[in-house]
Design a protein around this ligand. Structure first.
Ligand SMILES: [Zn+2]
Length: 402
């Protein structure tokens, strides 16, 4: 049996993930044979998948590309046909995408999704459900999903994505029903290639962004295309050597928190506005409930609910942005540790090699380690819902003292 061709068409987006691309493209080839009533080896196609990988390795891209191949009119994931293009653009009627907006996916959301997934696909191919961050499912949502995954309708495919650093966050029962696809940290050359080919980034900038993003494709893309993101990274990397006076602790903590807030604010503002105006239209415009108390109450409740959802989403964006800054910071101390030990490992921040060398000669190894641990503890604390400002101030205090 010949392998389905990989890294052409939509599969090009999985550069650096050849083994996963091979698994998924053979499955989609089998899926096409199922549609055409041709014989298929048992297990060649599966109804439930779990895509895991380190943050930024492209889990949701892998899921979308697979979904495109399943809906492709040529059955290969050509990238040109309406099936491929609408899936990649997020507008295909038979591909449902769940991105948890708050800190978890609600039971109600999951139930309505499972119901939709049970319908016959409109184009006669597959009904695909992609769940990003399946690790954020509540127990209730998990149970609602489990029933569907245990007895999937004939033409329904579930694609779950979850970070591989917390494999226990997806329940064992769900994992045991899924076929596992593991992504690896993509090499910098592969990331640079994606940035150039997919996003039209200048090759030199693409190489730089890929070299400083620790294998995180989305982060590399952001650094390559967003000046403000480049600024924020510079601010973060100035912290380790910038902590001289005691008052610097508060200035730096403040900078970290406000950078995350600004980032989340920018991202939310546009979306929040659009949603509010949509809701206003749905509720009958400015003439909401004139003289009709019931309608007015309903409209007010709807607005309250929307605002609550927007707030929870903003909190999450803010945490994710802060986490990226902390990852950058941890990577800096790891670089210092590596340099101090004389190991010949690749630096996470090769463009800050001079500062890294300076820190490596100034600090004792155990003090470098304490600083690195402080950053990791701060991440854990925020993960456990400690107020970000409190966790960050405690961290920066240790970063200064060493
Ligand atoms: Zn196609």
């Amino acid at each position: 049996m010949t392998e389905a061709p990989v890294l052409i068409g939509v599969w090009k987006q999985l550069v650096g993930q050849e083994p996963a691309a091979r698994t998924l493209s053979s499955a989609s080839a089998a899926a096409t044979r199922i549609i055409e009533n041709q014989p298929v080896a048992p297990g060649a196609m599966t109804h439930a998948w779990l895509v895991t990988g380190p943050p930024g390795s492209g889990r949701s891209t892998a899921a979308r590309v697979f979904a495109a191949a399943l809906q492709c009119s040529t059955g290969t994931g050509c990238g040109e046909c309406p099936g491929c293009r609408t899936v990649l653009a997020g507008t295909h009627a038979d591909v449902k995408l769940v991105v948890p907006e708050g800190l978890s996916i609600s039971v109600a959301e999951m139930r309505s999704l499972v119901q939709a997934a049970a319908r016959r696909p409109t184009n006669g191919k597959w009904q695909v459900v992609i769940i990003e961050d399946a690790d954020r499912l509540t127990e209730g949502a998990s149970n609602a999903l489990l029933k569907a995954v245990e007895e999937p309708p004939d033409r329904t495919v579930f694609l779950l994505c979850a970070p591989s650093d917390h494999p226990d966050d997806v329940s064992v029962t769900i994992r045991s029903r899924c076929r596992l696809v593991t992504l690896r940290t993509p090499p910098p050359e592969a990331i640079a290639q994606v940035l150039v080919e997919r996003d039209g980034v200048d090759p030199e900038r693409a190489r730089w962004a890929a070299s400083v993003s620790s294998g995180h494709v989305g982060r590399a893309r952001r650094l390559a295309t967003d000046e403000a993101a480049r600024q924020r990274r510079t601010t973060v990397l100035r912290i380790p050597l910038g902590l001289r006076r005691p008052s610097d602790v508060f200035t730096c903590a403040d900078q970290l928190i406000s950078a995350a807030e600004a980032d989340a604010g920018e991202e939310s503002k546009v979306r929040d506005e659009a949603e509010r105006s949509e809701l206003r239209t749905a509720m009958g415009g400015d003439g909401i409930g004139k003289g009709v108390a019931g309608a007015k109450r309903a409209a007010e409740a709807a607005v309250k609910q929307l605002e609550k959802r927007q707030k929870s989403r903003a909190t999450r964006t803010q945490r994710d942005t802060l986490d990226l800054a902390l990852v950058d910071l941890a990577a800096f101390y790891r670089d210092v540790l590596v340099t101090a030990s004389g190991a010949k490992a690749t630096l996470n921040h090769p463009d800050h090699a001079a500062e890294i060398a300076q820190a490596a000669s100034a600090w004792a190894p155990d003090s470098i380690l304490r600083r690195l641990e402080a950053v990791l503890e701060c991440r854990d604390a925020i993960d456990l819902n400690v107020k970000p400002r409190i966790a960050v101030e405690a961290m920066v205090t240790t970063l200064r003292q060493g």
